[in-house]
Design a binder for this molecule. Structure first.
Ligand code: HEC
Length: 178
């Protein structure tokens, strides 16, 4: 009995310590940080370099000596592709920040598709599947272009300059007949 009696006050003290008197700050709404880059900077400094890592990772390069097939060769190179894909996945959120989003229909759909197709590239990188990675790169390209045609008509030719490069990449491996 004596032991219980001395235990009870201890318990009350620890309970009091566990429940602070006022509401914890965790219940306060999280304040979103204001966007720093403008849309063009997000495109040129975040999205475009990440897409380039993916597009350059699997392709055929034709030289006088013949055709060379490029693909990630080691864990480090596969990780670099995975990281670029992760950047494009999260870029959906960068595009949907209210200061950047143009609407919640076509724009939101394109941003969602960017996340989805980049998700395919991430999966391919984790599986070290170069053909799946190549296919995902093509799907990403279609999304970039689709959004530009709708929302950045003035530059619809700037990505098209990559066309031949991608077209030659499309002949890679089992995709040759597609
Ligand atoms: C949700 C729509 C959307 C998606 C998806 C999108 N873009 Fe853009 N992009 C834009 C808009 C709008 C601009 C024009 C921004 C401006 O000039 O202020 C732009 C501009 C750019 C520019 C700058 C071009 C220039 O000459 O000024 C590049 C490079 C670019 N995008 C690359 C990409 C790539 C690569 C992808 C795909 C991985 C992509 N974008 C996906 C909407 C999008």
């Amino acid at each position: 009995m004596r032991r219980i009696a001395s235990w009870v006050p201890f318990c009350l003290v620890s309970l009091a310590a566990c429940s602070p008197p006022s509401a914890p700050p965790a219940s306060a709404p999280v304040t979103a940080a204001a966007p720093v880059l403008n849309l063009k900077q997000v495109m040129e400094w975040v999205i475009d370099p990440a897409a380039d890592v993916i597009w350059d990772s699997v392709k055929s390069v034709s030289t006088e000596a013949g055709t060379k097939e490029i693909a990630p060769q080691n864990d480090e190179q596969w990780a670099a592709v995975r990281n670029a894909a992760a950047t494009l996945i999260e870029a959906r959120n960068l595009l949907m920040v209210s200061a950047r989003a143009r609407d919640d229909k076509g724009w939101a759909a394109a941003a969602r598709d960017l996340e989805k197709t980049a998700g395919g590239a991430l999966k391919a990188a984790e599986a070290k599947d170069k053909e799946a990675l190549f296919a995902a790169g093509g799907e990403i390209y279609v999304v970039c272009k689709g959004c530009h045609v709708e929302y950045a008509k003035h530059l619809s030719s700037s990505l098209r300059s990559r066309g031949p490069e991608l077209a030659s990449a499309r002949t890679y491996g089992s995709h040759a007949s597609q």
